[in-house]
Design a binder for this molecule. Structure first.
Ligand code: SAH
Ligand code: SF4
Ligand code: F3S
Length: 473
């Protein structure tokens, strides 16, 4: 079994693990090898698995060993300036490899490819291929073109492409949890965000292909699927034959019904679109995880308006209350941006107050990074000094640390059903798994006959900032 490296740098977390797919380092089997690295969100990670499948069908094997690769792909993110800087820096590290192996091709995929387009070929001389998120089917022919010494590019966005018929090759997989993409693009136009420009219009994937993929995963032994989209609550599929409409609530139910032993997660929910129907469906099925990622971005109504988030502080808080009313044990996490254009000290305090009210279990926190082409760049001045943005971010992070600690302390003494994902990072004498609320729980293996993918009841005895520690009961 071969191992692949995929890196998720958006949240500054490196992921490494074993590939589930049967990649053999055997030159008799594959004519060429590719190495792929992913940056950014889970969508990008999932796209790399589609790319792997497309290349695999053309005889390319995946390898984690960058030095033997004939093709190095980097699946990029544009969400913040820092994300792009990280990738530019990574590209310079490929220079040596290219000198050592003249035929080596280097391809930039994903959001940065889409945002910068052909200019990327001028700016980064070692890049041979530039391929946007809707153009992965053309990768094999682009590779052929690049092999003749020409630079190859396809950054066309599509209104239809969902890669519905492609079975992703699971990369870097623990064999237990997997991503399933249910839609692509985004129509929301939050003023700070590049995604609508890099990923194009929103489109939902055909329902039967989603169900078939989830079912196949379960049959292969996977126990958890995460349904992915920038705004999953606006999933909407109309069957062209009988006009049957499938909403996100209905899709969730259909996936949950595949088996009570298949856990279902989803990400991301836009607060404006998550409905009571969705909440009731989550409450109804034990295997739909009691965890909602509900990005607030800011706690101030004026700033939310400038961000084009289309809800107010009060409306958001009412949504949080509704979640807790319908699903009392539900964990909630969020995304927060500090120092958006014109944000005052008072307005920043509104964000802290929303955090306290919502009692987030977890949060991803960022300072505002102006992005070319966005509405905010066109309309507003990026007028908050970096120092202030960072100080506000530090305040948000400090408060969240307190809230996370409080949330963990509340769990001490409770027993949770845990899905075992892997050995604990620190010791192979411990298992690591998650509860329904998405919290990581570590516990000793002892002499129980357990393996990855098993469900087990674990009583929490103590915690660190990020982890619950318990024992099997
Ligand atoms: N579709 C998801 C978020 C995708 S981007 C949603 O709507 O919630 C992930 C997060 O990055 C966003 O929620 C936001 O908090 C952050 N982000 C996006 N653009 C940013 C920018 N220009 N500066 C700082 N953070 C940003
Ligand atoms: Fe960006 Fe907003 Fe779409 Fe999320 S919902 S991807 S933040 S435009
Ligand atoms: Fe980044 Fe694109 Fe995802 S900009 S966060 S990789 S959709």
């Amino acid at each position: 079994m071969e191992t692949l490296t995929l890196v998720d740098k958006t949240h500054d977390e490196a992921r490494q693990g074993e590939a589930f797919a049967p990649f053999k380092l055997d030159n008799n089997i594959y004519k060429k090898y590719f190495y792929i690295e992913s940056y950014g969100c889970q969508m990008n990670f999932s796209d790399s698995e589609i790319v792997a499948s497309i290349l695999h069908a053309e005889g390319f094997g995946a390898t984690k060993d960058i030095t033997i690769a004939d093709l190095i792909l980097i699946n990029t993110c544009s969400i913040r300036e820092k994300a792009e800087q990280t990738i530019r820096k990574r590209l310079t590290e490929f220079r040596k490899l290219k000198h050592a192996k003249p035929g080596l091709l280097i391809g930039v995929l994903g959001c940065m490819a889409e945002r910068i387009k052909a200019k990327l070929l001028e700016e980064e001389k070692l890049v041979d291929l530039v391929v946007g998120p809707d153009a992965y089917r053309s990768l094999p022919s682009l590779v052929e073109e690049a092999e003749t010494g020409q630079k190859a590019i396809n950054v066309l966005l599509s209104r239809e492409e969902t890669y519905a018929d492609i079975s992703p090759i699971r990369l870097d997989s623990n064999g237990v949890t997997a991503f399933v993409s249910i839609m692509r693009g985004c129509n929301n136009m939050c003023s700070f965000c590049v995604v609508p420009f890099t990923r194009g219009r929103e489109r939902s994937r055909e329902v039967d292909s989603i169900l078939a993929e989830a079912k196949a995963l379960f049959e292969q032994g996977f126990k958890e699927v995460t349904l992915l989209g920038q705004n999953v609550d606006s999933y909407y599929w109309v069957n062209p034959i009988n006009n049957e409409v499938v909403t996100f609530a209905m899709l969730l139910e259909k996936v949950a019904l595949i088996s009570p032993d298949l856990r279902v997660r989803f990400s991301t929910s836009h607060p404006k679109d998550i409905t009571d129907d969705v909440l009731n469906t989550i409450a109804k099925y034990e295997n739909i995880c009691k965890y909602i990622h509900l990005p607030v971005q800011s706690g101030n109504t004026r700033i939310l308006q400038l961000m084009n988030r289309t809800y107010t502080k009060e409306w958001y808080l009412a949504k949080v209350d509704r979640i807790k009313e319908l699903i009392p044990e539900c964990a909630i996490s969020t995304d927060i941006i500090t120092g958006f254009c014109t944000e005052t000290e008072e307005e920043h305090k509104d964000t802290l107050s929303v955090m306290k009210h919502s009692q987030y279990d977890f949060a991803y926190m960022f300072f505002y990074s102006e992005r070319p082409g966005t509405l905010a760049k066109k309309r507003y001045q990026d007028d908050i000094p970096e120092e202030t943005k960072k100080r506000r971010l530090a305040e948000v992070v400090e408060l969240q640390n307190e809230l996370s600690a409080k949330s963990n302390l509340k769990d001490i003494g409770k027993t949770f059903k845990v899905l075992i994902e892997n050995d604990s990072k620190k010791s192979n004498l411990h298992w690591m798994g998650r509860n329904s609320q998405n919290k990581v729980i570590v516990f000793p293996k002892e002499n129980f006959n357990l393996q990855k993918g098993d469900y087990v009841n674990v009583k929490v005895n103590s915690c660190t900032q990020a982890t619950l520690i318990g024992e099997k009961v």
